[in-house]
Design a binder for this molecule. Structure first.
Ligand code: UN1
Length: 508
């Protein structure tokens, strides 16, 4: 563990943390939080929290650097992001290990998380040469209309513990090539990973001679989060987190008519039809439900099984849980299920199990807290009636609800009957079923997959969801538009001034 911290130069963490490269702020007189390893409850470090003055200084510095950065040509901004991607490649192992140490996801997923940062950096490099707007046809002679996209300013990025760095990169790499500067508030559960990433990336920025175009604020939501939400100097705030947090941020930002990108809770389901390839179904569902110990916003939380394959598939799934679930140290390559993030999450697991019993749910696999100093619970399968209230809530733990259906229409009806709308999947080889699932009467989610898991999205697509998931889009496709302002330009290159709609205003 010490080698990991040392390699990224944060051995002095016990005495404080900086939000700018190289400037360590003493923890003296400051509030601190402890970063815990959820696998054994050992303290990894204490980190000092940002104060109001720190916030002020960071925003002012980001405003200043924005003046410079927005005038750097986008491909040159892309060149910096390319170098950031290279640096992340060099540090993949060490950062991946730190992700695992601090947030408890298994090492394969810790490394995957860093790979996701590298992927989005590569994507952003390409984007830096293709940010474009259309040229439109003007009704006026010798006129041209076009749209151009311009940077918007310092943007705020609030990230959650479960993707402590990848989701920052989804936002930051795109925002940087768009010409914005970036203020990051990481989860208070995972400050070390954020500091390490910030340091690695900042080093490249400084080496290349650019000012501080990114800043990190480890701090309480009630201070940093609220300030960001109310601050007119931050035109856009992107938040990954719970629905209640997102609602608060949305209201505060809307009160000043600012913009948000919200990626909130999910309650993702997979539908398994009677013709499905059950081996694909079992692998996709096991990965979706047990991966990251059920703590992804894209985790598979509900499955709808066609009655014709119900018994056969349940048999397969239970055997998969028994055979593939290896609970333990997330650094051990054999482990498939690491710990939950903290005691609060274990309490939520227990609370959900109580509710399940009162709602006639039947626990058929798992259902126990593991006796261990870490925050471990057993991945759990529950048979429950369609429409049971608990199946409409997102509990951020590995509990999978199984429901029986007799048609694709019935599956879709219950599938969509939840407040959240992030990810979804259907497992079928029947074109009619899959097309129905993808049609306007199909899945109402932002992500709809066929024959693969609800979780594990690639960076190339736009990521986000509908309904209470918040409607935001991050990462690939045209999500970059959320980080820029659109300007419609009309150019008259003629010698007269014809008006639109044929208006003759001055009659001479
Ligand atoms: C999240 O859980 O907030 O689709 C993001 C996935 C990941 C991202 C999840 N690539 O599972």
């Amino acid at each position: 563990m010490n080698d990991v911290l040392k390699k990224i130069g944060i051995s002095e963490l016990n005495s404080g943390v900086s939000y700018k490269l190289g400037e360590w702020v003493s923890a003296q007189g400051k509030q601190t939080i402890k970063s815990l390893n959820p696998a054994n409850q050992q303290v990894l470090a204490s980190v000092s929290l940002a104060t109001e003055q720190d916030y002020e200084q960071a925003v002012q510095s980001l405003q200043q650097s924005f003046q410079v950065w927005r005038m750097v040509p986008a491909p040159e901004r892309g060149e910096l992001v390319r170098k950031i991607g290279l640096k992340l490649r060099e540090n993949k192992e060490v950062l991946g290990k730190l992700v695992t140490l601090e947030c408890g996801k298994i090492i394969q997923e810790g490394l995957g998380e860093v790979q996701e940062m590298i992927d989005i950096a590569d994507y952003a490099v390409g984007l830096s040469r293709s940010l474009s707007g259309p040229t439109l046809q003007s009704e006026r002679r010798q006129h041209r209309i076009l749209e151009q996209w311009l940077p918007i300013g310092p943007v705020g990025v609030v990230t959650a513990f479960n993707f402590p760095v990848a989701v920052w990169a989804w936002n930051a790499m795109i925002a940087l090539v768009c010409g914005d500067t970036v203020l990051w508030k990481p989860s208070s559960q995972t400050p070390l990973t954020a500091i390490a990433t910030h340091r690695i990336v900042s080093e490249v920025i400084t080496e290349q001679g650019y000012p501080d175009i990114i800043a990190l604020m480890v701090g309480a939501g009630s201070l940093v989060g609220n300030k960001m939400s109310d601050d007119i100097r931050i035109p856009m705030v992107s938040v990954t987190g719970s629905i209640p947090t997102g609602k608060k941020v949305a209201q505060r930002v809307a009160a000043r008519l600012g913009r948000t990108i919200l990626e909130l809770g999910g309650n993702n389901a997979a539908i398994v039809m009677e013709d499905a390839d059950l081996e694909i179904a079992r692998r996709a569902i096991f990965f979706g439900a047990v991966g990251t110990a059920g703590q992804r916003c894209t985790t598979t939380r509900r499955i709808f099984l066609h009655e014709k394959i119900y018994d056969q598939f349940m048999d397969k799934l239970i055997r998969a849980y028994q055979q593939w679930t290896v609970i333990g140290d997330p650094l051990d390559e054999k482990t498939t299920c690491g710990p939950l993030i903290n005691q609060g999450a274990v309490d939520q697991y227990l609370h959900a199990l109580d509710k399940i019993k009162t709602q006639n749910g039947k626990i058929i696999q798992g259902g126990k807290v593991v006796d261990n100093p870490g925050f471990y619970v057993e991945p759990t399968i529950v048979e429950i009636e369609k429409g049971a209230p608990i199946t409409k809530e997102e509990t951020f733990v590995p509990i999978l609800y199984v429901m029986k259906v007799s048609s694709v229409e019935e599956a879709l009806q219950y599938h969509n009957d939840v407040p959240q709308g992030l990810s979804s999947a259907i497992i079928t080889n029947n074109l009619r079923y899959s097309e129905k699932f993808l049609s306007a009467q199909g899945s109402d989610c932002g992500i709809a997959n066929v024959n693969t898991s609800t979780s594990g999205a690639e960076i190339g697509g736009a990521f986000g969801g509908e309904k209470e998931t918040g409607g935001g889009r991050e990462s690939g496709s045209d999500a970059w538009k959320g980080y820029m302002r659109r300007q419609t330009v009309s150019i008259n290159y003629g010698e007269e001034l014809p008006l639109a709609q044929g208006i003759e205003f001055i009659k001479d």
